[in-house]
Design a protein around this ligand. Structure first.
Ligand code: MN
Length: 231
């Protein structure tokens, strides 16, 4: 890259740490699956048998990394946690077959799809896009990535979250409506996937609000854990 090519310095490349490596994982896009656990779809007032999961996005610079704090965002009085398994892609593709989808996975992480539920609810009611509810600053706290070469491709294991030591969410990866290969395959019919893409795979039931000072501690069995403080 030529020096002084840009009219101002580009912002830093968002990236996640990789367990067992000195090198970082550069993040390209963040895809999120909505309503991928039946019990969460039901708690949000939807019938999982009638409405399949769907996708929305956050921006790479929404990530909160390395156990940093989550600053309570403006314009909301109802900010919710959603504990999720995160898939990190290492290989590009479009129109990926389900049987070959796992070849595109570099590894796995755990993350929080933080949501301004009041703004999301208003957007839903008015038929408007979800960015104000989902893609605000620091809305995607995420752990380091564990390479699939170390842990394989987990298909079961607890997905859990405590707030101030009290359990709020507990589900299991085996309850995913779209499993990881199906999610990658379907997403790749809509978008060209790239190395560096993350997929937040959806949250089990129990979502709820946090306030300043809360300590969120969550994890996915077999992958990792995340600690985030709300400030
Ligand atoms: Mn979510």
């Amino acid at each position: 890259m030529q020096k002084d090519q840009f009219i101002f310095d580009p912002l830093p490349q968002p990236a996640l740490q990789v367990v067992g490596s000195e090198k970082l994982f550069p993040v390209h896009r963040i895809y999120c699956v909505g309503r991928n656990y039946a019990d969460h779809a039901i708690e949000m007032g939807h019938d999982p048998n009638r409405e399949p999961p769907f996708f929305f996005q956050k921006n790479p610079d929404c990530l909160v990394t390395n156990g940093r704090d989550f600053p309570y965002p403006p314009a909301s009085n109802d900010v919710h946690f959603e504990m999720e398994m995160v898939v990190a892609l290492g290989k590009a593709g479009a129109g990926i077959a389900v049987e070959r989808a796992l070849e595109h996975v570099f590894g796995y992480a755990v993350g929080l799809d933080m949501t301004r539920r009041d703004l999301q609810g208003e957007a839903k009611k008015l038929g408007r896009p979800w960015e104000v509810g989902k893609a605000f600053e620091a809305s995607a706290p995420c752990s380091a990535i564990v390479p699939a070469s170390r842990i394989g491709h987990p298909t079961s294991g607890a997905v859990w979250l405590t707030v101030n030591g009290t359990e709020r969410q507990r589900g299991n990866l085996d309850q995913l409506i779209w499993d990881v290969p199906e999610t990658i395959s379907y997403l790749s019919t809509l978008f060209t996937l790239q190395p560096g893409d993350l997929i937040f795979t959806g949250t089990p039931a129990g979502v709820g609000a946090v306030v300043c000072g809360d300590e969120m501690h969550g994890g996915v069995e077999g992958i990792g854990e995340i600690h985030v403080r709300v400030i």
